[in-house]
Design a protein around this ligand. Sequence first.
Ligand code: SF4
Ligand code: SF4
Length: 300
Amino acid sequence: MTGTIFNVQRYSVHDGPGIRTTAFLKGCPLTCSWCHNPEGVEPTPEILVLADRCAGCLACVEACPQPKVERADGTPWTNRAVCQVCGRCVAACVRGARKLVGREVTVEGLADELERDRPFYEESGGGVTLSGGEPLMQAEFALAVLELCRKRGLHTALDTSGAAPADVAARAAALSDLVLFDLKQLDPDMHRNTVGAELEPILENLRAIDGSGTETWIRFPLIPEATDARENLRALADTVLSLTNTRRVHVLPFHRTAADKYARLERSWRHDDLPDASEGRAARVVDYLTGRGLDARLGG
Ligand code: SF4
Ligand code: SF4
């Protein structure tokens, strides 16, 4: 069995306890406008363009078997509607201005890669994390990787939006030592509008995972003008307090570091002008959640 990943991050200290290696699986069913991993949304590989390296020689345009498209200013542009991700333009570019993001891996191959830093995990209490995209969009692959890593005695964490069929979420939780569960917008209408999915099935998955006893940490992206409204924070606290076992909440302030990624995918980003969440605001949110009786932390 194979899956498609877009990154393997070693020495990660933000995706669970200790030192970890995080595999990022491609594909996500949600449409969060603030997404900081836009290269993980499409399920298949894509072309990235590093415009600052481009010399305008147009060798990539010549190499492309698809209708050749270039801008009026002579710079190449990827016609993604017809691009077959054949990689010929990547090979033709001697400046390294074009890259493929996304590669196919086997379950065993990825588990081998994840296991490489086992000594660091053992020393630090770390392990491996599956993230994305939404890792459960490649459900059977993700489950097989979790199962194999667990068989090899590695601590397994799953970073999920909860947007998955209930049986898949339950099986994944059973194969994970830790679930990092995103909660973003707690108003059902706003959730539908901003995240592009119904809220209730996600909350049902959260309640089931919490009830299963698998350790769960909530991750809350603090997005100015989107998730940081007082009513949303109140609903976030109410929701977590209604769970049986889960009390830990990580507040993840919005930052603009993803802007370059959107440019490399030749996509506009509606948050281009949105300021980073301020440190003061993030600290006040942590204080508020702590005051409500939660184990709230900044970052992570
Ligand atoms: S081959 Fe590379 S340097 Fe030349 S135009 Fe294409 S992207 Fe730019
Ligand atoms: S990957 Fe292939 S089809 Fe797509 S732009 Fe490059 S050369 Fe053209």
